[in-house]
Design a protein around this ligand. Structure first.
Ligand SMILES: [Zn+2]
Length: 109
């Protein structure tokens, strides 16, 4: 008896897990659920620069292979963020994005 019940519970858990996984992958396919991002880097992305990352610079453009939109994000110090400019305008499309966002600095709170 106990076996039957725990077996059912397990099955319900499996189904719930599968449903969640499906929701996540569907959301990713729709593009409204960003990939889970590990802790953002705290140092500037540029080689040889150890300034703290102050901005995230994101560019979204159409992959030239036709595989779809790709989004590239780099965390940069203020100086290097100021140097950034759209690099893939030839692959621009209606959803093209280039944006610079200040990185929240929790350390000072
Ligand atoms: Zn830098």
């Amino acid at each position: 008896m106990a076996d039957t019940k725990s077996g059912r519970d397990e099955q319900a858990r499996d189904e719930a897990r599968r449903r969640i996984e499906r929701d996540i992958s569907e959301a990713r396919e729709r593009g409204d659920e960003p990939e889970p991002v590990a802790d953002p880097p705290t140092e500037c992305h540029r080689r040889g620069c150890s300034e703290p990352a102050a901005f995230s610079v994101t560019e979204r453009y159409q992959e030239e292979t036709g595989a779809g939109a790709v989004e590239a994000t780099a965390f940069l110090c203020a100086d290097h963020a100021a140097d950034e400019s759209p690099a893939n305008l030839e692959d621009a499309y209606e959803g093209y994005v280039f944006h610079v966002e200040p990185v929240a600095d929790d350390a000072d709170d």
